[in-house]
Design a protein around this ligand. Structure first.
Ligand code: XMP
Length: 319
């Protein structure tokens, strides 16, 4: 795509001009936007860029190691893997209110990010994968009534607090253009086409009290479900798919014995922008096979349900 090739060259020139000799810090989440921003900036300024990946222990199975392998090992981008799972999960254990979960994670995220970023000498800039819709969203609703359904955490206010200027090389792009740029930069298609994943991660897919045990069960069930979706070639038809582990145990029977384990709900939706969504019409065969696999392969779950709520009135996440 010649347009993206030209955009890439121009963006690289502008990043060099803006940054000069300073060091740049980029918070990497594993999502498409911050990844494309990091690879682009690395192409512009090489090792003047350091990425900080805050691992809160609420990621999917293998996700942290995939992010580290790709950026540190494949792209050779200096990357600090802030493995702070014990800190986050320690503070979240026993917490059940969704907004308290989000606020706790948001607060710790900023603390941790700052602690690691402070170790980078000569840092002058903070890189963010802000897109054009993020830029306009922050002004377009001003004046109108606003209702907060869920408080999304971000690193707002952090640049000023740390005395850093912002580098936002994706500010003029829409999501599909960011994907095209990622493609132009050689990011694997499987990475560019990833489903969105919420900042608070598995914490909001574990309604009710969070425990390490529940997170482990959830992570395993989620991995089986996504494996099923990929095997059936459905991943790219779906906007988001995940398991929610329900805070309820149900009676079941396996072999000669009675079981008393957790129930889970599968969620899969189609959407254009996440604002509205329809549940995905899986075949009954797919659902049946997936339920059997989860119950056979994941200890701790003995019942599987499928969530057929659209948004509105539901939301995509359970919390
Ligand atoms: P809901 O559940 O509100 O989600 O229908 C809409 C989209 O936003 C994601 N989401 C979040 N993302 N922090 C995030 O970064 C959050 O606290 C959060 N809550 C929901 C959700 O996964 C979906 O893509």
């Amino acid at each position: 795509d010649w347009t993206m090739a030209a955009y890439r060259e121009e963006a690289i020139r502008l990043i060099r001009e803006q940054v000069g000799d300073a060091q740049v810090i980029c918070g990497l989440s594993g999502g498409v936007d911050s990844s494309v921003a990091a690879v682009l900036i690395h192409e512009a300024i090489g090792d003047q860029l350091t990425c900080v990946f805050v691992d809160h222990g609420l990621l999917r199975h293998n996700e942290a190691s995939e992010v580290v392998a790709m950026f540190r090992d494949h792209y050779n981008i200096p990357l600090i893997h802030a493995d702070e799972a014990d800190l986050f999960i320690g503070e979240l254990e026993g917490v059940s209110d969704p907004e308290v979960k989000r606020k706790t994670i948001g607060r710790l995220f900023i603390d941790v990010f700052q602690r690691y970023a402070d170790q980078i000498e000569g840092a002058g800039f903070l890189a963010q994968g802000t897109l054009y819709p993020d830029v306009i969203e922050s002004v377009s609703f001003s004046g109108g009534p606003s209702v907060t359904i869920k408080s999304h955490h971000n690193v707002g206010g952090l640049p000023e607090k740390m005395g850093l200027k912002l580098v936002e090389p994706l500010r003029e792009l829409f999501k599909d253009e960011v994907r095209a740029l990622g493609h132009e930069l050689g990011l694997p298609a499987s990475f560019i086409g990833r489903h969105p994943f919420p900042g608070p991660g598995l914490a909001i897919r574990c309604p009710g009290e969070i425990t390490r045990d529940k997170l482990d069960i959830l992570r395993k069930a989620d991995a089986v479900y996504l494996d099923q979706i990929r095997k059936h070639g459905l991943y790219d038809e779906i906007w988001q798919a995940f398991v929610a582990l329900l805070p309820v145990r149900t009676v079941g029977v396996m072999g000669d014995g009675r079981t008393y384990e957790y129930a889970c709900a599968l969620r899969a939706v189609t959407s254009v922008d996440g604002m509205t969504a329809d549940y995905y019409p899986f075949s009954h065969d797919f659902l049946g096979e997936t339920a059997t696999r989860i119950i056979n392969e994941v200890r701790g779950i003995n019942r599987v349900t499928y969530d057929i709520t659209s948004k509105p009135p539901g939301t995509i996440e359970w919390e």
